[in-house]
Design a protein around this ligand. Structure first.
Ligand code: ATP
Length: 912
């Protein structure tokens, strides 16, 4: 028993390797043994660039500039014997650190559990049974079963390959898939030529294999590479980067205010320490260090909400990108349609035959004209059924009285049609064993299988009508064949087009006999005829498409299917106007470099592309991106991976999609449903708005504090806010409403407006104007309360009660100010802010904390607050409501008359 990596496994026979790992190929390891090995070698995972421990996160909170400033202020306080002040500053410092810590830990935990949801599984043989386990659970010695489209989960030595090919470009840079064998190789063959090995991180493009795990986790070739790359800093999303920069914009402003406060205070002979402390408190208020972390939390929350709606997002940056996505390229089969195919008709040389029965039901009849038959009874139809069943990789089985299909629904439909006529694949293969398969290639649009028959080989071919008809030279007429003229070919193509125009999916069937399996598959075929299938559109798609169009999204159907079928389905789901019938063929995109202006315009405006190859998908994305669009593209096959990577949002299907497509994508739709893309985009838009809301909120609150101090200093008043009060507001009370704003739902208009431009800043010029306005209003109200208070109390503005009045006015004005954060188009009373229960909770909590500062003995001492009388409370309430009232008037004015372009000084200051 040995789970240590075997050296040069490619130079050993598979028997030797199996013996080394002490495992039976048929049985696999026992669960207990697998568990023991996992304990010894660890999980099959690449170590992440150093997991951050909770302690590390905690320590990081105290490495910030704010903490340094606070610590300096605290130490200075103790040095000057201001002990209460000193203690209070250190308490604030602790609270600040703890809030940061809790926020960041929540974001980290949330991200981790999201990551677990998109984990790749591997099919492994354990204790005699095949089962799917998370790839992380694989251990050396596990027997793994792989299919085309799978991602290779560990380093494997191939034991039994069948037509196996792998794409190893991720490891070797070689883009052409390489064939795999189980033969023993020389020890010194380089990695790229080790034909009997499969490496973690590469993918199976064709065929199937049984293989044994020889290295896991960091012992794999990929692990060795990633070990050498570790230590690279994790990239921040564009939004996080923008947020980092945002806080700094107020810094010059802060410096000016701080200088004025210092100088004016000093000139008037005020306590220098108080002035320095105020400047520090203002600095802390101005630099919104917490913004990026809160944004991360909001993004992670958005990912969860998207996951609830069946859209799994792989990375934070995509959440942002979704909000500005304006083009969705979607495939047809399975995304817009049900992907439940039923054969409805055969079109043969001797006439057409309708097939009855729907879905997976294997009961049905064949209708020749007016006559209905249980059996084909017609050699041409019999052959057509046989070719459809032979040239096939799907399977239909009965399990507990239910029909279960695996594989491509198109092929499954052909199997079911065969069963209706008594043609069963397994039975047929007994007399005609399969000798070779030429897999379906979306570029060729055909597939062929070779079968032994009376000493020669019968080739069964199916594929897109134009491809098969073009490759045919004869036509099967029954027991005989006749030559197929160019006119006949045209006639067959016309027939297929007519069927396609009715929305049917049409394939052509053909066959020939050859002497050897080396004979080329697609030459000199005898055409059997056409087979048509129904694949109804998904019910909910029509209304979703309407919603998408209302939201300014362009929906483009990109299908490999026939233009007629594409057009019919596009019309029935409302993607295309009845009078519009332009369907662009994939081949028109073949020369993307030399497009004229007209062509660019045609392609970017078109809604339906048919007969599109995987390469065409790449070009189409490029064309849209060239005009500045943000493109989402769906895909499911191995061939779609490059397009999924190239798209701004690659969307893979969770059920139908291959692992390769899922790995290449940014988003996985668990239900394969187009509607889920719409919901994800909606969520993306809401998230951006919410981030904007809390940024605008926090920054206007901060500005109001700066301005209140500045106005008082310029008017020669004493400080209307004391440093600890400023700290209290920033570190304690503002945070809760800001968090709550991050959890607002969408406004009614969110999907009735065009998407945000990709370069649109978090705060536009209009927002900066608003910010200046809000900040000024709150500051004026605060200083106003201070002045009124000064006339109410004997000690004038210097009395504790007066400072308490201005402090409370500011605190409450900031709390009411959350209601100014509604969207312009939302109602005054009922809007996404008032509908958010968190907002009310946050207001209640913050209000309690603020009022508590007056009555809790230690706290009121530290913050120099004092209980105030009823009249003073009325002044506080009245003054604090003024900015809300004014804010609502401004919003209402803008809603009715549009937003005036003020070109304010503040903007100029900040932008130019
Ligand atoms: P979509 O792109 O919307 O999923 P699609 O399945 O028609 O549509 P492709 O898979 O690229 O797109 O197939 C292109 C064409 O090739 C099909 O329209 C059909 O005529 C033919 N075809 C599809 N699957 C097979 C198959 N398994 N065997 C033979 N021909 C096929």
């Amino acid at each position: 028993m040995d789970e240590h990596p075997i050296q040069t496994p490619w130079a050993k026979s598979s028997d030797e390797i199996v013996a080394h790992y002490d495992v039976s190929v048929d049985e696999g390891l026992s669960e207990d043994e697998a568990e023991r090995r996992r304990e010894r070698v660890g999980p099959n995972a690449l170590r992440e660039a150093e997991q951050r421990s909770w302690l590390g996160v905690l320590v990081d909170q105290f490495k910030s500039f704010i903490v340094l400033l606070l610590a300096v202020a605290g130490v200075a306080a103790f040095a000057l014997n201001e002990n209460i002040e000193g203690v209070a500053i250190f308490v604030v410092l602790l609270i600040n650190g703890l809030i940061g810590f809790v926020t960041e830990m929540r974001a980290i935990k949330s991200m981790e559990s999201l990551q677990e949801m998109v984990e790749i599984e591997a099919r492994v043989r354990r204790a005699g049974e095949s089962r799917d386990v998370p790839a992380e659970d694989l251990v050396p010695g596990d027997i793994v079963v792989l299919n085309a489209g799978n991602v290779v989960p560990a380093d494997l030595r191939v034991i039994e390959p069948s037509k196996l090919q792998a794409d190893e470009s991720a490891l070797t840079g070689e883009s052409v898939p390489v064939g795999k064998t189980s033969d023993v190789l020389e020890e010194e063959v380089p990695l790229a030529e080790r034909e009997n090995m499969l490496y973690k991180g590469t993918s199976v493009t064709r065929g199937t294999a049984e293989a044994i795990v020889v290295a896991t986790g960091m012992d794999t070739e990929l692990g060795k590479i990633s070990a050498s790359l570790q230590g690279e800093a994790e990239e921040k999303t564009p939004l996080q980067q923008k947020l980092d920069g945002l806080g700094q914009k107020l810094v010059p402003f802060l410096l000016v205010v701080a200088a004025i406060v210092l100088v004016s205070g000093w000139l008037r002979g005020q306590d220098l320490y108080l002035m320095v402390e105020t400047a520090i408190a203002l600095a802390i208020a101005t630099i919104p260090e917490g913004l990026p972390v809160v944004a991360t939390l909001v993004l992670a929350r958005g990912m969860w909400r998207m996951a609830d709606r069946n859209a799994l997002i792989n990375n934070l940056a995509s959440v942002e990108t979704l909000g500005s996505t304006n083009v969705i390229c979607t495939d047809k089969t399975g995304t817009l349609t049900e992907n439940k195919m039923t054969v409805s008709q055969y079109e043969l040389a001797n006439g057409s035959v309708a097939v009855t029965g729907t879905g997976l039901d294997t009961e049905g009849t064949f209708q020749h004209g007016d006559e209905e038959r249980d059996q084909p009874q017609d050699p041409a139809l019999q052959e057509a059924l046989e070719v459809g069943v032979l040239c096939n990789n799907a399977s239909v089985t009965e399990e507990d009285g239910e029909t279960v299909v695996t594989g491509d629904p198109t092929e499954a439909a052909l199997l079911i049609a065969g069963l209706k006529g008594g043609v069963d694949r397994d039975g047929l293969l007994e007399s005609m064993p399969e000798a070779r398969e030429v897999s379906f290639d979306p570029s060729v649009k055909m597939m062929a299988t070779y079968h032994e028959l009376n000493g020669s080989y019968r080739v069964a071919v199916k594929g897109a009508p134009e491809a098969v008809v073009e490759s045919s030279t004869r036509l099967v007429t029954g027991d005989d064949t006749e030559a197929l003229s160019e006119d006949d070919k045209e006639e067959w193509i016309r027939k297929s087009e007519n069927m396609a125009e009715d929305g049917l999916r049409v394939l052509a069937l053909a066959r020939k006999d050859v002497k050897s399996t080396d004979a080329p598959p697609y030459e000199e075929l005898s055409l059997l005829g056409l087979v048509a299938m129904i694949d109804p559109p998904r019910k909910e798609v029509k209304s979703t498409i309407k919603n998408c169009l209302d939201a300014g999204l362009r929906i483009v159907m990109v299908t490999g299917d026939h233009p007629g079928t594409a057009r019919n389905i596009a019309r029935s789901v409302g993607l295309m106007d009845p009078e519009d019938d332009e369907v662009i063929q994939g081949s028109e995109l073949d020369d993307p470099e030399n497009l004229s202006q007209d062509e660019m315009e045609r392609f970017t405006n078109a809604s339906v592309f048919a007969r599109v190859s995987p390469e065409n998908k790449l070009d189409l994305i490029g064309i849209h991106q060239a005009v500045g669009s943000i493109v989402a593209m769906t895909g499911d096959g191995v061939n779609d991976a490059p397009a999924l990577k190239r798209a701004d949002i690659g969307v893979a299907m969770g059920q139908r999609g291959t692992q390769v497509a899922q790995e290449a994508s940014d988003m996985i739709l668990r239900d394969d449903n187009f509607t889920s893309i719409y919901h994800a985009i909606r969520e993306g838009r809401i998230i951006f708005r919410n981030i904007r809301k809390f940024v605008l909120y926090l920054m206007s609150c901060n500005l109001s504090e700066l301005l209140a101090i500045l106005i008082a200093a310029l008017l020669g008043f004493p400080l209307p806010l004391l440093p600890l009060q400023i700290l209290f507001l920033n570190v304690v009370t503002d945070i809760f409403p800001a968090f709550a704003l991050g959890a607002c739902g969408g406004s009614k208009e969110i999907m009735n407006t065009p998407p945000r431009g990709p370069d649109e800043p978090i705060l536009t010029r209009t927002h900066w104007t608003e910010l200046g306005l809000y900040g000024t209003m709150i500051a004026v109200a605060t200083v106003g309360a201070f002045v009124i208070g000064g006339s109410m109390y004997a000690g004038g503005m210097g009395a504790d009660e007066v400072v308490t009045m201005s402090f409370l006015t500011l605190a409450f004005a900031q709390l009411w100010h959350v209601f100014n954060m509604r969207e312009l188009t939302s109602g005054i009373v009922r809007n996404e802010v008032t509908a958010n229960a968190y907002v009310w909770g946050a207001l209640g909590l913050s209000a309690l904390l603020v009022i508590g500062t007056l009555y809790l003995p230690g706290v009121s001492l530290a913050l120099s607050t004092a209980p105030i009388g009823f009249e003073s409370w009325l002044v506080v309430l009245g003054m604090s409501l003024l900015p809300l009232g004014a804010g609502q008037v401004v919003l209402e004015f803008r809603r009715r008359f549009g937003t005036p372009n003020l070109g304010t000084r503040l903007e100029d200051l900040l932008f130019d």
